[in-house]
Design a protein around this ligand. Structure first.
Ligand code: MN
Length: 228
């Protein structure tokens, strides 16, 4: 057997020590902060984590991000993103900790109008979340240099106006708990990125606006939304 003559390169994200991280896949968690679950109309007390995906090519590290087509309601969701150097199935929280390569601040861009229509119709909402450049990410910091702390501030501003502001300790499920649960369904692997949910304050973005996303201790993520 010979290998097909197709070639591809994974998207690469910068690491703070000068290396690059090849992205295999992006997993995402919905409703992991109490106040955001409430603003989406869900009782957080009775909600197990909701998992979904973005393709690897959703992840982008750039000064400019394309505003997606066919939406009038593009929402920002600032999130802690976890990057894996190892993986497996049915991981314990301790095994998850050992598999983590590093962390970055990311934004889960969401075509909220597309998502709402899909939900109302009982249809999949993949395309509200998994479009090109739907996951801008900041520079990755290795786990040896930064660890999430319950008091760490997480927030996002648009044109200098603070829209989201919370602390990582407001997550319903911790990072090791989330990834352990996710690994009951799928095999996690080196190269995986995991968006861990957003706090309250999601709102609409428009072309020409400047977004700044931050988590205390990680490099800031800043980008401009540009019309396609
Ligand atoms: Mn999200």
């Amino acid at each position: 057997m010979s290998e097909l003559a197709v070639s591809w390169q994974p998207p690469m994200l910068p690491v703070s020590d000068g290396r690059v991280f090849p992205v295999r896949h992006a997993w995402c968690v919905g409703r992991n902060y109490v106040e955001h679950a409430r603003e989406m109309g869900v009782d957080p007390e009775r909600s197990a984590p909701v998992f979904f995906s973005k393709p690897a090519r959703a992840l982008v590290h750039a000064d400019q991000v394309q505003y997606p087509p066919d939406t009038g309601e593009l929402h920002h969701e600032v999130e802690l993103v976890v990057f894996l150097a190892d993986g497996g199935r049915d991981l314990s929280p301790e095994q998850v900790k050992a598999a983590i390569f590093g962390y970055a601040v990311g934004v889960d861009l969401t075509r909220r109008d597309v998502q709402a229509r899909a939900k109302a119709a009982g249809q999949p909402w993949e395309m509200s979340k998994g479009f090109d450049q739907s996951g801008p990410a900041g520079m990755i910091v290795p786990a040896g240099s930064w660890q999430p702390n319950p008091e760490s501030a997480i927030g996002l501003s648009v044109d200098g106006d603070q829209r989201q502001s919370a602390e990582l300790g407001q997550m319903i499920w911790t990072v090791p708990e989330l990834l352990a649960q996710l690994s009951r369904t799928v095999t996690l692997a080196a190269g995986d990125a995991v968006f861990t949910g957003t706090p309250a304050g999601v709102s609409a973005l428009y072309p020409g606006q400047h977004v700044r996303a931050h988590i205390e201790g990680l490099p800031e993520l800043a980008f401009e939304l540009v019309a396609a």
